[in-house]
Design a binder for this molecule. Structure first.
Ligand SMILES: [Ca+2]
Length: 391
């Protein structure tokens, strides 16, 4: 939970991080002597055997202290991120979590961003009840059942690759509020907020189109930030196989809904494939996330393993070395900053077959069309998730 008053440095000084594991190691060491003394009385072990055992155990204690230090650093620094004391941005997340794993990374990043005050998570597209279970279990892992969940418009029965993670899980077990009508909950949250809401949309947008139909005034009271479209380039081997313009999934899945959303009179910011399609954690940045023992990050990695294992032939190698493309995390970042991206105001038109075309006669959208510093963004992501600064 947020502790706006107490700076992290006052409660998690660096000396604790190194001294605590050392004291624990010393205790282990002393109890080891007791153990050896007792054994010697009984079995009279010879000096060489005792020395060998000492050396092996000393090594094990050293490794334990090292792991203990790392775990504490990870946990303390991750917690210190929620001691942000600035003004927080109220956000609603609309997500198709449970499909591509990047939504789960995005939700975790959002939970680890103290600048963002999450008012509601709404599930969008397909089997929205299944998606709500993933969201609920992730929020439980984060200890954030104070965040309500809205079940979006139900558009299918099929579950998806993360299904084994919520097998046997019932939404009735969620300690927080679950709204059956997620669109109504989204409208009420926006209309009832004393401050404008930032609506972060990281999936197809049937919920948002329906909300605009039911209450058009939400466009005056919210800013839309989305992962949508493809303007000039896509990542290599994405979609049609080239690196040219493609009909991006979040638009292509429900183009009519997207047309309605892009025509609404709100401030819009998007990360198209041109920028979000190039984000991936590898090397030390990925390793830090994979090894972090923060509960919600562990839940994220469990999901990543399940998702990857369900379709990737060499999933263990992939899981051991890098993330998938983390498209949706860029939309979360745009809710709080644009610093690392090249932004352009462009007229954007959504076609009936799901393309986003630059058309200066269309309504203007703030578009992230390039990276100023992609490695810095990847460092930002790793640091948000683990609390450890990695360059
Ligand atoms: Ca998504």
């Amino acid at each position: 939970m947020v502790s706006a008053e107490v700076p992290a440095a006052e409660w998690a000084p660096e000396w604790k991080v190194t001294v605590v594991p050392a004291v624990l190691a010393l205790q282990d060491w002393l109890s080891f002597f007791d153990f050896v003394d007792t054994r010697r009385k009984i079995h009279c072990c010879d000096l060489k055997t005792c020395l060998d055992v000492h050396i092996v155990l000393l090594f094990l204690i050293f490794i334990s202290a090292l792991i203990g230090s790392k775990a504490l650093i990870c946990q303390m620094e991750a917690e210190s991120l929620v001691s942000y004391s600035g003004k927080r941005i109220p956000v609603v997340l609309d997500t198709d979590i449970g499909g591509d794993i990047d939504d789960t990374w995005a939700l975790t990043t959002m939970l680890k961003s103290p600048e963002l005050d999450i008012k509601l998570v709404v599930t969008d597209t397909g089997n929205t009840t299944f998606r709500a279970k993933i969201a609920a279990k992730m929020l439980e892992a984060a200890g954030r059942t104070d965040i309500p969940i809205g079940i979006g418009i139900h558009l299918g029965e099929r579950t998806d690759r993360q299904a084994p993670w919520v097998e046997g899980y019932s939404l009735a077990a969620y300690q927080g509020t679950v709204y059956e009508d997620g669109v109504r909950a989204l409208i009420d949250t926006i209309m009832g907020s004393p401050e404008p809401i930032t609506l972060v949309c990281i999936g197809p947008v049937p919920n948002i189109a329906a909300a605009l139909e039911r209450e058009p005034r939400i466009a005056d009271r919210a800013r839309f930030v989305g992962m949508h479209g493809c303007l000039r380039k896509s990542p290599p081997k994405y979609g049609d196989g080239g690196d040219g313009v493609v009909a991006e999934y979040n638009v292509r899945a429900h183009p009519r809904a997207c047309q309605k959303v892009f025509a609404a009179n709100w401030k819009m910011t998007i990360t198209p494939l041109d920028t979000c399609g190039f984000v991936r954690l590898e090397g030390d940045k990925y390793r830090a996330v994979r090894e972090c023992n923060d509960p919600v990050v562990e839940a994220l990695m469990e999901n990543y393993g399940i998702w990857l294992g369900s379709w990737h032939g060499e999933w263990k190698e992939e899981f051991g070395s890098k993330s998938s493309i983390l498209f949706d995390t860029v939309a979360v970042y745009l809710a709080l900053s644009e610093e690392l991206l090249v932004m352009e105001e462009l007229g954007v038109r959504v076609t009936d077959d799901g393309y986003t075309v630059i058309d200066q006669s269309a309504r203007k959208v703030r578009c992230a069309t390039g990276w100023k510093d992609l490695p810095a963004f990847e460092s930002f992501l790793a640091e948000r998730l683990t609390g450890i600064g990695i360059r």
